[in-house]
Design a protein around this ligand. Structure first.
Ligand code: ADP
Ligand code: MG
Ligand code: ZN
Length: 620
């Protein structure tokens, strides 16, 4: 298609568009045109009587007299004169219907007046699709910008001037809230930060499993800072035509910059921001162009505009590294699965809107739902309320909650496993075993965190150690200590339960690997100072490949025997150690069962004997 016919096509399209618009929308007189803001304020002030929702506008009447000081006086006068008739533009506002219901406003959808609307809703998209596919075919070598009509495609950008969510609605994620606090004070008063030449981070990435409240948290930031919230979801870009996504991103940033202090939220960033160009063929230009446009936009504004970009993802590992560079999403806020205290707080937040029976202790419900995320807990509360309603009870009882947990669990079991009380006990002792072995073995890294919250990706718990300094050389003693720590979990299981489980498989793999290296590579065995490793010739990528030196059967047996010996010795040492410290082992396991996560200071407080049990008053 050459330039001339393209211009003609655009003109024809515009003419059709104008014709349709003027045909389908009879001249409206006698209505006051409100901004969406004013409409929302009126609604909140109980000032709306009824509304008609159509895809193109919202029409309705206000109550009379109009509540004072919600809209400017001249509008109040107009409304009075026109029996309260008004119109306002539609905004993609998911909370509108709920709010209308809450305020008892009567509302209805549009009466279809078929011909023009059908044409509008089918004809134009069809023509546009034809148009885009034509230029899309030739436009991929361009820079992703498509002139003219494109700029108007703001269909899926949703803007909310008043999100109606605050930090109080997001429970159990105190650390994340703390990290977001700085952004909120910046959004409230950008000048104060930029006057002294300071630079605010432009982008922050919320990272965490699905349902932990990332989207909610992003909205709450807008709510706390009282700024508009522009949002768009990465997954919506996946199937649009070439150029549309990039134009939409540019549009999004333009709108936000015009608004001033505001939040741009890009949900499901991974759908859009996957690593570019490895082994992909066709159909990905669109995503790449959109991603490139996003990078350009993020580089192209400075923080003095007061715009902050928030992203959310549950798969940070697939993101294109370019997105994570300084000046883009260079700060990460982890929104993790809630611990027992967090779960209780979330349950409390959601239970506010229902009537709860006297026999319900939310702490107990929290204890019964390990591994549940905020969305699951919201689900539990909702299910329980529905069950109680069906049984026509006056309040939601423990039995309703029990059944609700079972239902939600059944739903979850398809996705991941929920662990039983007994399994939880085993995991607690297992992790306590690791932690104690680490604490009492010389030359190991200090225990940083112990958790028995299932991660949903295989692990039922973990003990995290953090090095105090970078290490390049390890002594034989230190390597032995590491093996002992790895086997500490299984040793605790043997000691307490007399039997062992499959839960230590990964530990055993790693211990065996470490012992194998000591024997084969580091000359730390009875076989002496020999190394049994050699480099094979480089493969086609130029990387040398590791291999083993060919050894005879006797040597191979001797190697295996040495690995066995190292492992067995370490296991015996771990058993002896934990047997000596059995009291501590029990205390730590019990503390874990109670609060699921122990951080470094809580752990140290127990092993140093300063307090027998972790301050119980925090969890009543
Ligand atoms: P994500 O974006 O991380 O997948 P969402 O923000 O969409 O999770 O959460 C879905 C719903 O679950 C929320 O609308 C809310 O009702 C509930 N929820 C999730 N996390 C929390 C939380 N921390 N506090 C209160 N409610 C939560
Ligand atoms: Mg989300
Ligand atoms: Zn383990």
């Amino acid at each position: 298609m050459d330039g001339k016919s393209r211009v003609i096509l655009i003109v024809v399209l515009l003419l059709i568009l104008i014709g349709l618009l003027s045909y389908s929308r009879p001249a409206t007189t006698g209505e006051v045109s409100l901004t969406y803001d004013q409409f929302k304020s009126l609604l909140n002030a109980d000032g709306i009587r009824d509304v008609l929702l159509t895809p193109r506008e919202i029409r309705g009447t206000t109550r009379l007299p109009v509540p004072r000081e919600v809209v400017p006086p001249h509008m109040t006068a107009d409304l009075q004169r026109l029996d309260g008739r008004f119109t306002t533009g539609p905004v993609d506002d998911p909370q509108l219907v709920a709010l209308l219901e809450e305020k008892g406003v009567s509302f209805r959808g549009a009466n279809p007046d078929p011909s023009p609307r059908l044409l509008l809703s089918w004809g134009i998209p069809l023509l546009l699709m034809l148009f885009f596919s034509l230029i899309g075919r030739r436009g991929t070598q361009g820079n992703g910008s498509v002139p003219g009509v494109m700029g108007k495609s703001r269909a899926r950008i949703s803007v909310q001037t008043d999100v109606g969510v605050s930090f109080a609605d997001v429970a159990g994620v105190d650390e994340a809230k703390e990290e977001l606090q700085e952004i909120i004070s910046f959004l409230r008063n950008p000048e104060r930060f930029t006057r002294l030449g300071g630079k605010m981070p432009k982008g922050m990435l919320l990272v965490g499993p699905p349902g932990t409240g990332k989207t909610l948290l992003a909205k709450a930031v807008a709510g706390e800072a009282n700024v508009p919230f522009f949002s768009i979801s990465g997954s919506e870009f996946v199937e649009v035509y070439v150029g549309v996504g990039a134009a939409r991103v540019r549009d999004l940033f333009d709108q936000a910059k015009k608004t001033g202090s505001s939040i741009i939220f890009i949900d499901e960033l991974d759908a859009l921001g996957k690593v570019r160009g490895i082994g992909q063929s066709g159909g990905h230009e669109e995503r790449e162009q959109t991603l490139n446009q996003l990078l350009v936009e993020m580089d192209g504004f400075d923080s003095s505009t007061g715009v902050v970009v928030l992203g959310a993802t549950n798969r940070p590992e697939v993101l294109d590294p370019a997105l994570l560079r300084p000046g883009r999403f260079d700060r990460h806020v982890v929104v993790d699965r809630p611990d027992i205290g967090g779960r209780e707080a979330i349950l409390r937040a959601h239970a506010k809107s229902i009537r709860i029976g006297d026999d319900v202790d939310l702490h107990v419900i929290a204890a019964r739902t390990p591994g549940f995320v905020g969305a699951d807990l919201a689900n539990v509360v909702n299910e329980a309320a529905l069950l109680a309603a069906r049984r026509e009870k006056a309040a939601v009882t423990l039995a309703d909650f029990d059944e609700a947990i079972d239902r939600v669990t059944t739903g979850l079991q398809k996705k991941s496993r929920r662990i039983s009380e007994r399994e939880k006990r085993i995991v607690a002792y297992h992790e306590a075993g690791h932690a104690l072995a680490a604490h009492f073995s010389p030359g190991t890294e200090p225990v940083h965190k112990i958790s028995i919250i299932p991660t949903g990706i295989g692990a039922l718990g973990y003990t995290q150690q953090l090095p105090e300094e970078d290490r390049y050389l390890l002594t034989e003693g230190e390597l032995r200590s590491r093996i002992r720590v790895l086997l500490g979990g299984r040793a605790a299981e043997r000691l307490i339960f007399g039997e062992v489980t499959t839960g230590a498989q990964n530990d055993l793999t790693r211990a065996t690997e470490l012992a194998g290296r000591m024997v084969r590579e580091y000359g730390m065995s009875r076989l002496g100072l020999v190394t049994f490793r050699e480099m094979r010739p480089a493969n086609f990528l130029g990387l040398p490949q590791e291999g083993q030196r060919a050894v005879g059967p006797e040597t191979a047996q001797a190697l295996d025997a040495e690995v066995d010996r190292l492992i067995n010795e370490a296991f015996q040492e771990a058993l002896t150690l934990l047997d000596e410290k059995r009291g501590l082992l029990e205390t730590i396991a019990n503390a874990l069962l109670m609060r699921e996560v122990l951080d470094r200071s809580q752990f140290l407080r127990i092993v140093d004997g300063r307090s027998g049990s972790p301050d119980p008053d925090r969890w009543t």
